[in-house]
Design a protein around this ligand. Structure first.
Ligand code: SF4
Ligand code: SF4
Length: 119
């Protein structure tokens, strides 16, 4: 069940971020990321030990051997990566059409107005 007033904002922003195909098997941009508490509430909980181990490795507690284990609910920052010249994919992957600047600005606005926590 989704109760936060931020849920519709998150859903709308997600829909406006262009998708693209990553290089097969690549997870290079996965690492410690932050997300709003509403996005966190959509993710499964990881133990403190698992989170600490991931942080020690500069990784993400949701990164598994086959890639992101929470792909459908990955935070906005994970979706934004590679879609804007300010966060380019180091492997050169990108969508046919980059994100609209107004949408990117709205994502940054949302991040600033919400409490961001380490995923
Ligand atoms: S955006 Fe680029 S670096 Fe990140 S997983 Fe995809 S191909 Fe790899
Ligand atoms: S949530 Fe998924 S996509 Fe985002 S950093 Fe973690 S493993 Fe990577």
């Amino acid at each position: 069940m989704r109760l936060s007033e931020d849920d519709p904002i998150i859903d709308s922003l997600r829909q406006q971020i262009p998708s693209f195909a990553c290089r097969p098997g690549c997870h290079d941009c996965c690492g410690p990321v932050t997300a709003s508490s509403t996005e966190m509430a959509r993710l499964p909980r990881r133990s403190a030990a698992a989170r600490a181990a991931a942080l020690d490795a500069l990784s993400c507690p949701h990164l598994g051997p086959q890639g992101c284990t929470v792909y459908d609910e990955r935070p906005l920052i994970c979706r934004l990566f590679g879609t804007t010249p300010s966060l380019p994919c180091p492997r050169g992957a990108k969508p046919d059409v980059m994100i609209a600047p107004a949408v990117e600005q709205r994502i940054h606005w949302f991040a600033k107005r919400t409490r961001q926590v380490l995923v």
